[in-house]
Design a protein around this ligand. Structure first.
Ligand code: FES
Length: 138
């Protein structure tokens, strides 16, 4: 199967790559099976809006493309909206991924949620959501 143009675009020129030094929340996740690692940084203002978002992904092309797309989809949105971002919405925004690469998009969702959980812990808010693991057996 071929990768969509959007996947290739986000793989070749990923958006929001980097780190945020004074991030409000950071999430580091990895998939034990493929060994890929993703680190997501969120800057969140007093109104709960994600004003900035950066990532570093040491992983496959689909992992880079999905983390890039995930940052684009949550930037400027509230934390609550970002929590609703599913891996399938990321895949859809990229015009699809081959089935064997779907776990890469789950890793991106996991990274966003882990960073939000970190933020919640920092501000003393209970983490009241589940984080799906990308290396769970299907
Ligand atoms: Fe595992 Fe892509 S092959 S994240």
């Amino acid at each position: 199967m071929q990768y969509s143009e959007k996947v290739m675009d986000h793989f070749m020129s990923p958006r929001n790559v980097g780190e945020i030094e004074d991030a409000s929340g950071v999430g580091t996740v990895g998939n034990a099976k493929c060994g890929d690692i993703m680190k997501m940084y969120l800057k969140i203002d007093d109104n709960g809006i994600i004003t900035d978002c950066k990532f570093k992904t040491f992983g496959c092309g689909a992992a880079i493309a999905t983390s890039s797309m995930a940052t684009e989809l949550i930037k400027g949105h509230t934390v609550e909206e970002a929590l609703k971002l599913t891996n399938s919405a990321v895949v859809e925004a990229l015009d699809g991924l081959p089935p064997v690469k779907v776990h890469c998009s789950v890793l991106a969702e996991e990274a966003v949620k882990t960073a939000i959980a970190d933020y919640y812990q920092k501000i003393g808010k209970p983490v009241d959501f589940e984080i799906e693991k990308s290396d769970h057996e299907e």
